[in-house]
Design a protein around this ligand. Structure first.
Ligand code: SF4
Length: 124
């Protein structure tokens, strides 16, 4: 039985709201759906349980082709600032999605415009 709390880093609290089933592998996609399906979310700093199934996690750092680890950490910091969370906070998807409309335009202008998933997340 999966843990009841999803442990997630800052930017995943935003980006996973727009997850459309795309990912590196079936296993990775399944793991994301399992995380999204949990009732509670615990905010963590650094690599989270999504990262732990991701081939880009190397030595506890994100080695994604599109971003440096520092850029990813900046995304986390900004996501937490905008959503008003800190590591250790416990929340849920409903509360997060209630906050999204208030912050999404700022988030988009900071991070989404150059992201390759822009068209997946924001189809219109
Ligand atoms: S390791 Fe990097 S690319 Fe992979 S899920 Fe974590 S932040 Fe995203």
């Amino acid at each position: 039985m999966p843990a009841q709390k999803a442990k997630l880093r800052g930017h995943h609290l935003i980006c996973l709201n727009f997850f459309r089933g795309e990912g590196y592998s079936e296993d990775f996609i399944k793991s994301i759906y399992s995380v999204i399906g949990r009732e509670k979310v615990e905010v963590v700093a650094g690599p989270d349980e999504v990262c732990k199934k991701c081939p880009s996690l190397v030595g506890n750092k994100c080695a994604n082709d599109d971003y440096t680890n520092e850029e990813i950490l900046l995304q986390d910091k900004e996501a937490l600032r905008l959503l008003v969370y800190k590591p250790g906070d416990i929340t849920n998807w409903e509360t997060i999605s209630d906050r999204l409309p208030l912050i999404i335009e700022e988030w988009k202008s900071e991070f989404c415009l150059n992201c390759k998933y822009l068209k997946v997340c924001f189809k219109n």
